[in-house]
Design a protein around this ligand. Structure first.
Ligand code: OSB
Ligand code: MG
Length: 368
């Protein structure tokens, strides 16, 4: 399979409701899609960067720039493409994992489609459907939060994750427990909003029987997380800190977390994501699949990954309707609180041309 060219397409998708986290509020998801043309057909990859560098140092304009300037030329210099040659071809360029992941995914999709193999089968998925959790943003007040959680539970979501920050932590969790009981699988995500000095405060969450607390401290504060882990009964899960299988192995060895959130974009792609699954499984550590408000394209790949055997906790693999009134692919829908794992060739879904056209902001073609 030889590369022919890549289309970089910017899209903007309105969210069904604003999504607020400790790093800001989003009302529209702007992202970058890659369509790779090869001598054996096309493949798609979704770049999960956000508009601003507030979750990680990557952001969409930078991803487009590094792709144009460095990553595409390096890929186009390859005489043959397959899923194993992409990361080595791009390794000379530091960082930019989300941009690299998008490109590797497009190669994988094209390669698998040409061979009529599904992403799930190729990754080693063992499940036909995956349990769906939902990430619930910070709200203006507790009644609004309880209404939102009630709605998601009524839809069938099997696990609730509350976004927290200083000033919106103990009380929202207490309110959700009081209203919906101790039976609902509940976890929180701080997106780095605390410091180790908050240990005593965060220990107040222990009484609520949470599945985990996600990324309470700074991305680079792995030792702080290890210290915090010794002061909390609530298991610590890392998200931002885990950028590779090596960093996952380090975090586990240091006792910085006992659960891992796997986001393929953050770690440079699905091959590296699978290595994190493997290293965590070797430690007996559960993993779950995070999300970055993906369209149906990125969601399809995430759902396939979440069907690997080590993904023993529900992920942020919500239905399309959690974020978008209209997805750009066939929408993912909840059935009994689960999403079906796509089994068609490659990602198993494709953008619907008319729907894609409606959300397209710009489009540029780079020939090999
Ligand atoms: O920290 O998991 C996170 C969304 C954007 C950036 C970071 C995060 C999130 C979410 C929502 O929590 C994940 C999703 O439902 O796609
Ligand atoms: Mg997170």
């Amino acid at each position: 399979m030889k590369p022919v060219g890549v289309e970089l397409r910017r899209i903007a998708m309105p969210l069904v409701s604003p999504f607020r986290t400790s790093f800001g509020t989003q009302t529209t998801r702007e992202l970058l899609l890659l369509r790779l043309e090869t001598t054996e057909g096309e493949g798609w990859g979704e770049c999960v960067t956000m508009t601003d560098p507030v979750y990680s140092s990557e952001y969409t304009e930078a991803a487009a720039d590094v792709l144009r300037r460095h990553l595409l030329p390096a890929l186009f210099a390859q005489p043959h493409l397959d899923p194993w040659t992409v990361a080595p071809a791009l390794a000379a360029f530091k960082g930019h994992r989300m941009a690299k992941a998008a490109l590797e995914t497009a190669v994988l999709d094209a390669w698998l489609r040409a061979r009529s193999i599904s992403f799930a089968e190729w990754l080693g998925a063992t499940a036909d459907r995956v349990p769906a959790g939902v990430s619930v943003g910070i709200m203006d007040d507790i009644p609004a939060l309880l209404d939102a959680v009630e709605g998601y539970l009524a839809e069938g979501y099997l696990r609730i994750k509350l976004k927290i920050e200083p000033g919106w932590d103990i009380e929202p969790v207490r309110a959700v427990r009081e209203r919906f009981g101790d039976g609902i699988p509940l976890q929180v995500d701080a997106n780095t909003a605390y410091t180790v000095a908050d240990a005593q405060h965060l220990a107040r969450l222990d009484e609520f029987g949470l599945l985990l607390i996600e990324q309470p401290l700074d991305e680079e504060d792995v030792r702080g997380h290890a210290r915090l882990a010794r002061q909390l009964r609530t298991p610590i899960c890392l998200d931002e800190s885990i950028v590779s299988a090596r960093s996952a192995a380090d975090a586990l060895a240091l006792g910085a977390c006992s659960v891992v959130n796997v986001k393929p974009g953050r770690v440079g792609g699905y091959l590296e994501a699978r290595r994190i699954h493997d290293v965590s499984a070797a430690h007996g550590v559960p993993v779950w699949c995070g999300g970055m408000l993906e369209t149906g394209l990125g969601r399809a790949a995430n759902v396939a990954l979440a069907a690997l055997p080590g993904f023993t906790l529900p992920g942020d693999t919500s239905a399309s309707g959690r974020y978008y009134r209209t997805d750009i692919t066939e929408p993912f829908v909840l059935r009994d609180g689960h999403l079906d794992v796509p089994r068609g060739p490659g990602l198993g879904v494709s953008p619907v041309p008319e729907l894609l056209a409606e959300v397209t902001v710009s489009n540029e073609w780079t020939a090999r």
